[in-house]
Design a protein around this ligand. Structure first.
Ligand code: ZN
Ligand code: ZN
Length: 134
């Protein structure tokens, strides 16, 4: 099984994960909206043996939301979301946007759909452009 590399925006945090995932969820819960600053989290789940840090592990800060099995890990240099181990399942939660290659699995489900941002579906059908528009 081929492996994938992943990294944060500044490139100081790097990891490697086997391209073999158990789940791929888009989570629209309000906590994930806060944690990502965006419409939803896009998380792949990997078994523990399939993940390893390559560099920058010491720069990773983890936040565990009290009262819920929801965490967030990020590079303290650039703020990008990076993988962490789930307190609930022990699996690695890998933010899809942090991958530098193409995952072998496509999203399986939009979870916590009723909590989605009121503007999310409008964004999906808004006009599309190849670059930034003013
Ligand atoms: Zn970084
Ligand atoms: Zn969520």
């Amino acid at each position: 099984m081929a492996s994938l590399n992943g990294s944060c925006l500044c490139g100081k945090v790097q990891y490697r994960v086997e391209n073999e995932f158990k789940r791929f969820f888009m989570c629209h819960c309000t906590q994930c909206q806060k944690a990502t600053g965006s419409a939803h989290a896009s998380n792949l789940f990997a078994v523990p043996d399939n993940f390893e840090w390559v560099s920058g592990e010491e720069l990773v800060k983890r936040f565990d939301l009290p009262g819920r099995a929801l965490s967030k890990a990020f590079c303290t240099e650039c703020g990008s979301g990076v993988p962490y181990t789930s307190r609930a399942s022990g699996m690695w939660v890998v933010p899809a946007g942090s991958l530098d290659g193409e995952p072998s699995m496509m999203p399986m489900a939009n979870i916590f759909w009723p909590e989605r941002g009121s503007w999310y579906e409008a964004g999906l059908v808004a006009p599309r452009f190849e670059r930034f528009v003013k």
